[in-house]
Design a binder for this molecule. Structure first.
Ligand code: ZN
Length: 138
């Protein structure tokens, strides 16, 4: 039995698995099937580091809720929310929330590690909320 595509994709997000071009070595996350640099279709799975550093971040202090209330399952309950761009390895950045800390503790360059908590899925297609979050390394 084939595994549904959305489930496979969920696993890739959950495990932070990118793809790496066999020709030039460029790493992509989320995965790509064709390299943007050389059009090679020879890409292989490439597990990413679960540790990274913060390149930049922003602190959201107002609710992200949808006024229509249709997307209540994607409301982020933890406020304020710190949303950061994290470099996992050279050239591979992800945007994710930083949890379990005060915004004042976060600095550009802070080391963070991935944690996998709630995965929110919505509907049959399994649209993801945030599947990974990061916290400061102590
Ligand atoms: Zn390439």
């Amino acid at each position: 039995m084939a595994i549904p595509r959305y489930w496979r994709n969920t696993q890739h997000y959950y495990n932070l698995i990118g793809s790496k071009c066999k020709k030039c070595g460029r790493v992509y996350f989320p995965q790509r099937s064709v390299c943007a640099d050389d059009d090679s279709a020879e890409l292989e799975e490439h597990p990413l580091s679960r540790e990274g550093k913060i390149l930049t971040f922003t602190v959201l202090r107002t609710s992200l809720s949808d006024p229509s209330k249709e997307n209540t399952d994607v409301i982020v309950s933890e406020m304020p929310l710190v949303l950061a761009i994290i470099e996992l390895e050279k050239g591979v950045n992800v945007t994710a929330p930083i949890i379990e800390c005060e915004p004042e503790d976060i600095k550009i360059g802070s080391k963070v590690e991935a944690v996998f908590r709630k995965i929110m899925e919505k509907g049959e297609k399994g649209i993801l909320g945030y599947s990974y979050k990061f916290r400061l390394m102590r």
